[in-house]
Write a protein that binds this ligand. Structure first.
Ligand code: GCW
Length: 684
């Protein structure tokens, strides 16, 4: 496998002080289930590489020789040395995903104790992360448990081998309408995911086409079961995206009406078949009545009818239905000013609160539109007290540079999770909604669209690996800072050089701001080429059916979403956010054009006019893209040359494309407004 394949799990040999106390033995319980087996093997592999043996460390089943130079691993209550070492400590509930790590002062040995095998695996990755990032381990005394119960990845992979919105090669799961034969790579992916805490994956695109519709049938279930087994070894549950019209398309029925008894029976029997093949199957992910996909609307039913029908079929087996809320009119007439796509999810789902079965989860995109570089937080998040909800992020950079531009997304996700909805007074943050604590939800958590593919280094752009790693880490613990996560990833990937950590850290931490500043100004969204969504095209979606307009004319720009004079979207927020966005005076600059239509001469809180802000940020953004390139170039010779090479061309391409963005945007607005740049810079 090529450079970058090992990603943050290379376990580069430690140097200097960190390598002093060698841990060369693993003490493990004799009885091991499959996940514990993975944990023990990973620990042995990690220690072996970190402490320079190359080979895996020795595994022993008793601690007769004492703990020195060893790491012991075990479950509480299994009567091993681990039990002894944690006596009297406040530990996570048995059965949960938590673990504790402690250094034995007498021997210097380390013990990882867990409540379940998956907890043990997470504990192993934690310890290896500490060692790999050069943190001291002489006096460990820590207890951890994940904050979010469901920590999920959505693949948008098609069985023909393509990946919808994939920017890193083709699918690693499928080729030529069949499952891949490279199962080793699937295991390696599971390992990467488990190492940062992911515990669920859906393995096919939410747009479920002809072949993929068959995944839930006896013809393909044995193959799905094999993949489920690979992920099971890493504590990851497998889900499938299903086609709502399956009974019709493959079941020989004449309808997919959720209230039809024959349809219900069809799904029950499909579920029975799935669970016979995969007893711990997670459930279904469903995109229905969205972007021309079939759904309950086709039969005059609503989303509660549709999802409950599937939930009933899965319920006896412990399965769940993850129902996406990305529902809007994608055949809008651009002349129609009364319809606002941003309102759609809330308008469709909010009235249904209380009608969903308790094994239905609604999956809501972070923003009301569609993964733009800047959007407000979706007002639907938290708005349904009696309904399980998870948030959906997109790790794949569809609208943030498609992994050709650098855009570290953890700061954006963090801002969303920290956002205070005020739904139950101050402190009603999104992170408390999705971790289930605000409304006491039965199921909760976070899902995101994967950014990996068949490219050697998984993500095409090497630095985009930080988004996958960062997603997992942030979802495990939303209190981690974006900087901390970046630093971990850098040290694990490139080793311990301080300058490298500082340079790449700064590149990552400034990249979102830089990308935003040369692309779509002030949260205006959608100024991209239709279909593939790469590159600037200011009016690309202006006269289309997709409901994404900016309304730029010679006087001004932006969408009036106020309640007084606009679409009324602001009324979907609780006070005081509603008022904050409603009033031009208080609306934050960075969201201005999402909420208001203003003249180009409107003065921002920053003191600049909108038009001058557009010019300044485009010029600055393009210049800062060049700095990113220079910063990376300065690391030549300091990091693995093969890794270094991988990002050189991408960053050069970003510099060129940032200029294209700068000039297209500036020229467009100069021509529209007729207002010159105060600094007289070159506009075409
Ligand atoms: O952003 C849009 C994407 C589609 C995607 C859709 C969705 C899978 O352009 O490719 O379809 O969102 O989230 O369903």
């Amino acid at each position: 496998r090529g450079a970058g394949y090992g990603a943050w799990l290379e376990y580069r040999g430690l140097k200097g002080e960190a390598a002093q106390t060698k841990y060369c033995r693993v003490i493990a319980p004799q009885e091991r289930d499959i996940v514990m087996e993975t944990a023990v093997a990973e620990l042995a592999r990690g220690l072996g590489h970190l402490f320079g043996q190359g080979e895996a460390a020795i595994v022993a089943t008793t601690g007769s020789a004492g703990l020195s130079s060893s790491v012991a691993i075990g479950l509480w209550g299994d009567g091993t040395i681990v039990d002894e070492l944690f006596r009297g400590t406040a530990l996570p509930e048995p059965g949960g995903e938590g673990y504790a790590i402690r250094t034995d002062r007498e021997t210097g040995g380390i013990a990882i104790g867990a409540a379940s095998p998956i907890g043990a695996l997470y504990g192993v990755f934690h310890l290896l992360r500490l060692l790999g990032t050069g943190r001291p381990v002489e006096a460990l005394e820590l207890v951890e448990r994940p904050v979010n119960p469901l920590r999920m990845i959505n693949q948008w992979d098609n069985m023909d081998g393509s990946v919808e919105r994939g920017y890193a090669g083709s699918s690693i799961f499928y080729e030529n309408n069949a499952f891949t034969s490279d199962t080793e790579r699937l295991s390696d992916y599971a390992r990467l995911l488990a190492s940062c805490g992911i515990n669920a994956i859906s393995i096919n695109n939410v747009n479920v086409h002809r072949h993929e519709t068959m995944l839930i049938t006896p013809a393909l279930l044995p193959e799905v079961a094999k993949v489920a087994a690979l992920f099971r070894a890493y504590g990851i549950r497998l889900f499938l995206s299903v086609n709502y019209a399956s009974p019709l398309e493959i079941g020989g029925l004449v309808t997919a009406d959720p209230l039809d008894e024959g349809v219900r029976e069809w799904w029950r029997s499909a579920a029975n078949g799935i669970y016979a093949a995969i007893p711990d199957f997670g459930g279904f992910v469903v995109k229905a009545d969205s972007e021309s996909r079939p759904g309950p609307f086709d039969y005059g039913r609503d989303h509660a009818d549709g999802s409950n029908m599937l939930a009933e079929a899965l319920r006896p087996h412990g399965g769940i239905v993850i129902w996406r809320c990305f529902v809007y009119d994608c055949k809008q007439d651009w002349r129609d000013r009364s319809t606002d796509r941003a309102r759609a999810a809330y308008d469709h789902f909010k009235p249904l609160d209380g009608r969903f079965l308790d094994n239905v989860i609604l999956q809501v995109k972070n923003g009301p539109l569609d993964f733009q570089v800047r959007e407000p937080v979706s007002p639907l998040l938290g708005a349904m007290e009696r309904t399980n909800q998870i948030i959906e992020f997109q790790i794949a950079q569809e609208y943030t540079g498609q992994q050709r531009h650098l855009c570290y997304l953890v700061p954006q996700w963090k801002e969303t999770l920290d956002y205070d909805t005020h739904l139950k007074g101050e402190g009603s943050t999104v992170k408390r909604i999705v971790d289930g604590s605000l409304h006491g939800s039965r199921y909760s958590g976070i899902a995101a669209v994967s950014n990996i593919g068949s490219d050697d280094n998984w993500t095409g752009h090497l630095l985009a690996q930080a988004n996958l790693y960062g997603y997992g880490r942030l979802v495990w613990d939303p209190e981690l800072s974006a900087e901390e996560i970046a630093e971990e990833w850098i040290r694990l990937t490139f080793g311990g050089d301080e300058r490298t950590a500082a340079v790449i850290g700064k590149m990552l931490m400034t990249s979102w701001e830089i990308y935003e500043s040369y692309t779509a100004p002030l949260a205006v969204g959608f100024m991209v080429n239709p279909d593939h969504h790469y590159g600037p095209n200011v009016d690309g979606y202006e006269y289309s059916k997709w409901g994404t307009y900016h309304f730029a004319d010679r006087q001004g720009i932006g969408v009036d979403r106020t309640t007084h004079t606009g679409t009324g979207y602001t009324s979907q927020y609780a006070a005081p956010n509603r008022e904050l966005y409603e009033a031009l005076e208080s609306c934050p600059d960075e969201l201005l054009l999402f909420f208001h239509h203003v003249p180009y001469t409107h003065v921002l809180h920053s003191g600049k006019s909108v038009i001058q802000h557009i010019y300044d940020t485009r010029f600055e953004g393009a210049a800062r893209a060049e700095e990113l390139k220079k910063a990376w170039d300065s690391l030549a010779g300091r990091i693995d040359a093969r890794l270094h090479r991988q990002a050189v061309e991408r960053l050069a391409g970003q510099v060129e494309y940032a200029k294209e963005w700068r000039d297209v945007i500036n020229t467009y607005f100069y021509r529209k407004s007729g207002i010159a740049d105060e600094l007289g810079r070159k506009i075409y």
